[in-house]
Design a binder for this molecule. Sequence first.
Ligand code: SF4
Length: 388
Amino acid sequence: MNSNQINNSIGRGKVSQKVINLESSSNNLNTFHNIFLENSLEIKQFIKDATEIQKKFWLEFFETKSFNININPHMMKYVFYNKKNVNKIYKYINFRFFFEQVSLKKIETDYPPYLLIEPVSTCNLRCPFCFQTDKTFTKKPFMGTMKLDLFKNIIDQANELGVGAITIASRGEPTLHKDLGQMLKYAKSKENIFEVKLNTNATKLTEDLCNQIFESEVNQIVISADHYEKKTFEELRKNSNFETIVKNVKLLFETRKKFKNPLTEIRVSGIDYYKSTNKNIFHDFWIKISDEVTIGNALERWDTYNNKIHQNINDPCENLWDRMYIWFDGKVNPCDADYKSYLSYGNVNEFSIKKLWNNKMIKNIRNKHSTNQRNKIDPCNKCGVTFV
Ligand code: SF4
């Protein structure tokens, strides 16, 4: 990846989604870099307190006039939006650099750069490629709702540690939680949490919730929508109604117009389940009511426990180093491919995030992955997630 290009991939390896018809021009990228160059004096003052790695990164930037990290449209949006607050965008770029380095180099850190928190584990849809179709999962003890106090405690810890990005969602549909609006507002009130993303199937978007999303200045709302034709859409998003989803995404898009200079970006994200989606039609359909349309391949995720062992996949999984999933009941896990928590390494009701992140259980899993022994761990040996 040339650092003079804007990255059109969301995520990495086979788990990535491609932005269709990315229109951000190199002019935008120049403007992005210029914001930092124009504030070089102030930034050089900040660098005095930076780590050696950060200093090197910034000095290289001032020399080459371009960042040696992947830049994507939502990073640009965040920087354009906050361009008057040089300290904030300086810290934000440091966070993105740190996050990228941790993922790529599998660096052991004191705390997770990224958290995914699920307000609920239940979902109102039954998409055929999703683990919500596993009937041994959609019952106790796996189903439940997060208490608001627990959510706030997690966010307080995250802010103190310097966790820079949070996604609200994981195994379930977050809009089924009655306090979702409060959760978003709380997470966005924290100064060290730069990015808050919400994933949803859009079945339950109401005008109230749309207003709360924009008022809280959530960075990104990602709508899972897999097709542009009613029949296929409803097959893939089983139990949904195509017209309702389109109406709700329109409502979201229209509600945003009431807000002056809104930060929130609306992305429609699809899975090309039948490997036959016409990407241009898909893009043209959804882009009228969103800012960005992405599409990716279906992953062998939901049947993690029954897949055949993947003899050919043995690369270390980045999820172990760069993120922590926290379920509704406080249980922590390295990923949601392991949706029944075989790999869980504790609970935030008992230990702090920092303590859990550094405990023997997760270190042992990381160690196995980094020494070519991923295939000795169940279910990593049957999981199709790969980053090469
Ligand atoms: S099951 Fe293992 S390999 Fe698959 S995503 Fe989770 S941690 Fe990574």
